[in-house]
Design a binder for this molecule. Structure first.
Ligand code: ADP
Ligand code: ZN
Ligand code: ZN
Length: 803
């Protein structure tokens, strides 16, 4: 019996199946999807069994060293999905696989030294190095030449054995418990343990009174009764208690009690959108629904009730939410409805916690997985529904290999399981909306807020006018006045500042003019070193402007302010305001994000000032004002989606205000008040925005009219980068059809990272069946150069970021 194995070495030469002999004793246990340790060259490495066969064309096959799993960690579906992803995103199969399983399962091999001879026979230096131990890890050896020399010698003499050991990192948390021995009939304790053992008697008595026959963790017992482990174990020795070991999940939500929520009767419009989804669940029909519902229209309630239907059928559901909106509020709603049936997967969990949540799914102990992007790989085998909330979010695209989009994976799995996929958003991506309009997805709409709560009133403030009035602060008069009223009325406000407010784009503060590429409809980026403005799509460049070409003002400069500076200014202008600042700095520590939000929810602050992370998912009844300090920072990113992102963000931020009985208000500050993404955000008009944006996309050949692929080439050697990118661009032009456009090479928006110069080529295409194959050729052709000369080439199909 032979096994075809994918080894854990992400390289071109190893991106194929290797044959190994299955030792006889493993024949009965081994199956595809299990992890094994195999000899590879002089090493031992981990791999995944892909196939079991009875044939090999090789003369000599090495045997599998070790089988790591009692059951497969990969389902047959996951293996097929990995093949699909590796092909679609142009990456190695092993890389695709690694993204599907928790990091804790990915064992790292250790190089170990083991004494085989009598220690006394070793040179004294080595005796000292080993000390009392019998084995040593290679990395713990003192890094002295003499020592390594001696080790080598000893190894050659056969006194030391050097080997790779793959340690399984999947350590489970084991808890020791005790319970009263079933034979113990409540005889007088003192009689049995004797008078001197007062403490033992106390333990036994406590257990009788508080635990009955239940098992209690030894740790908890010793803490509760201020006694020692020794005392408890003494009782075990006397056969009064039973000691057991039990595996415990590390559940970060364990200590919290979730209130059972009463499930509201759906509104007519909610029923209307729920019906076809439930029908598809019932019929086991794969369809993709696009649920467009304004903020506060009760989308989440629709998700919850759709899942109820799935669970009633005995099937499983996955719910994806963006990492930053995986707030306690969101998690609570699912836990409150489905209790212990829910596993929560997000990046803030420790590796062990993640592994435990994943295992609950694997063992079919839960039926619902709520999580960020990678939860789309939750290894359910009877999927009945996949939901992607805020489907327009850029974070659903993974920026590392495999560069997949969660939507793409969800739809693939939906087809595989014959189950519906529901994409939800107040502002669907143009790609999804276009598909819905063409009938590829089924469009469902919730046009009003629940209980007819009004959409907030949006005020657009022209910051050029503020400057003319002599107001140089980042706060307009109106925003300041409205903040003051909230404090007086004991209401709350959120203030949003874009995190990506780096000063890379240039704007006239007098008239709002920004420097755009004449060829690409995107903002030019300022490069400090050469004092130049550059287009990152086509390479167009011009010198930095000294005066505004439109109004001749000298107030033309870069743009951007940080949250900390804004907070300082805010406390100066409104000393009475209690402010909570939420940004990367204040939320670094685990759990701090949650704490800040809870504090704000309890009314301990008037103003929540923050970056992207406050734009979503907050549902606090006392928020009646949402402010956007500089709407332009997002509008002028060098990205063709800048307008779309701006509209989405303004809509999201507005959606935080007036979600309950109090009416909400929004203040948007901008230098370009007439821009269509800002104007349509003012009137909450998604359709009008989309119509206008589609026109721009069509004219300049962007998605959804064209597909994109982005190649980034980076190296420390700038000449090499330029030459290689030019070669690649030429090869692409020659291999691809004439309708396909290859733009560049041009310098990347971030021109250098970690001393590597970065260039990029963009491919715009409509129908190019050979594209992934062509890109695979490029990737493998440069494999050698990449390894030897510190160069890298990254291929991104359907990129979300252009940095
Ligand atoms: P969205 O996800 O579209 O922003 P939510 O699902 O958060 O909207 O709903 C907004 C608010 O309305 C929430 O506080 C929610 O509990 C409440 N809600 C939703 N559906 C109903 C309903 N049918 N009846 C009463 N309240 C509802
Ligand atoms: Zn100007
Ligand atoms: Zn350009």
């Amino acid at each position: 019996m032979y096994a075809k194995v994918i080894v854990d070495v992400p390289a071109n030469q190893t991106d194929k199946l290797f044959d190994y002999l299955v030792p006889e004793e493993l024949e009965r246990f081994i199956s595809p999807g299990m992890r094994v340790v195999v000899p590879f060259g002089s090493r031992k490495i981990q791999g995944f069994v892909w196939e079991i066969t009875t044939f090999t064309s090789l003369q000599k096959v090495k045997p599998i060293t070790e089988l790591l799993d009692p059951f497969p960690v990969l389902t047959p579906e996951m293996m097929k999905l990995a093949e699909y992803l590796a092909n679609e995103t142009v990456c190695f199969l092993i890389t695709a696989l690694q993204s599907m399983i928790p990091a804790a399962i990915r064992a790292k091999p250790k190089k170990m030294l083991t004494l085989t001879a009598n220690k006394a026979e070793l040179p004294p230096v080595l005796q000292a190095v080993f000390g009392k131990q019998h084995t040593l890890e290679w990395k713990d050896l003192p890094h002295e030449k003499g020592v390594l020399q001696l080790v080598k010698q000893a190894s050659e003499n056969g006194d030391i054995d050097i080997d790779y050991v793959v340690s399984d990192k999947t350590n489970k948390k084991i808890v020791q418990t005790v319970s009263i021995h079933p034979d113990y009939r409540g005889e007088d304790v003192q009689n049995i343990v004797g008078n001197k053992a007062k403490k033992q008697a106390a333990v036994l008595q406590w257990l009788q009174e508080n635990a009955g026959s239940a098992a209690i963790a030894v740790k908890q017992l010793t803490k509760e009764l201020h006694t020692t482990r020794q005392t408890v174990l003494e009782l075990v020795r006397k056969n009064l208690l039973v000691l057991e070991e039990r595996e415990e999940y590390r559940d970060p939500y364990q200590s919290r009690v979730f209130q059972e929520q009463e499930r509201p009767a759906l509104t007519t419009q909610q029923q209307h959108v729920l019906q076809p989804v439930q029908q598809a669940v019932h019929d086991k029909e794969h369809m993709t629904f696009l649920l467009r519902g304004v903020t506060g229209s009760g989308k989440t309630e629709v998700y919850l009730q759709a899942i109820e239907k799935v669970l009633a059928k005995g099937e499983e559901a996955i719910v994806l939410v963006p990492e930053i909106s995986l707030t306690p509020q969101m998690v609570e709603r699912f836990k409150a409805r489905f209790g212990s049936k829910v596993a929560v997967l997000h990046s803030a969990l420790a590796a062990g916690e993640k592994y435990d949540e994943w295992r609950k799914i694997h063992r079919k102990e839960v039926q619902v997985a709520v999580g960020a992007r990678s939860a789309v790989f939750a290894p359910f085998e009877h999927l009945g529904l996949i939901i992607i909330d805020e489907e327009h979010e850029g974070s659903y695209k993974q920026e590392d290999h495999p560069k997949y989009h969660a939507r793409q994976v969800a739809i693939w799995r939906g087809k595989h399981h014959n189950c519906p996929v529901m994409l939800g958003s107040a502002t669907p991506s143009l790609e999804s909306y276009a598909r819905a309009r063409k009938g590829v997805y089924k469009l469902l709409e919730l046009k009003e807020r629940v209980n007819n709560i009004a959409m907030p009133v949006v005020n657009i403030i022209d910051m050029r006018e503020e400057l003319k009035k002599g107001n140089r602060s980042v706060f307009s008069e109106l925003l300041l006045e409205k903040l003051r009223t909230r404090i007086e009325r004991n209401e709350q406000a959120v203030l949003f500042l874009n995190r990506r407010g780096y000063s890379t784009f240039v704007m006239c503060r007098n008239c709002g003019y920004t420097a755009d590429c004449p060829h690409c409809e995107i903002t030019l980026t300022y490069h400090h070193t050469k004092r130049q403005l550059k287009c990152h799509y086509c390479g167009f460049e011009e010198p930095m402007l000294q005066r505004c070409p439109d109004c001749d003002s000298e107030h033309i400069r870069f743009f951007g302010t940080g949250t900390q500076k804004v907070e300082e200014e805010l406390t100066k202008l409104l000393p009475e305001a209690r402010v909570i600042r939420m940004d990367v700095d204040t939320t670094k520590r685990k759990g701090s994000h949650e704490k800040l939000l809870q504090s704000f929810g309890r009314g301990e602050a008037d103003i929540l000032l923050g970056t992207q992370m406050i734009a979503k998912g907050l549902d606090f009844p006392k928020i009646t004002l949402a402010g956007v300090l500089a709407a332009d920072t997002l509008l002028h990113l060098p990205d063709f989606r800048a307008s779309e992102r701006t509209f989405q963000l303004l809509t999201q931020v507005s959606g935080r205000a007036g979600r309950d009985k109090l009416t909400g208000e929004v203040v948007i500050q901008t230098y370009t008040p007439d821009h269509y993404s800002i104007q349509h955000a003012k009137t909450h008009n998604y359709e009008a925005f989309t119509l206008e944006e589609m026109g721009h996309r069509k004219r300049s050949g962007y998605p959804p009219y064209y597909y994109l692929a982005l190649l980034t080439i980076a190296s420390e050697d700038v000449v090499q980068v330029i030459q290689t990118s030019e070669k690649i661009a030429a090869y692409l032009r020659q291999s691809l059809s004439s309708e396909t456009k290859v733009l560049g090479p041009t310098v990347s928006p971030i021109a250098r990272i970690k001393d590597r110069y970065r260039y990029q080529c963009m491919i715009k295409y409509r129908n190019e069946p050979n594209l992934t194959q062509t890109l695979q050729v490029v990737a493998s052709h440069y494999q050698k150069e990449i390894a030897s000369e510190k160069m890298f080439i990254s291929i991104d199909m359907n990129p979300q970021m252009f940095m």
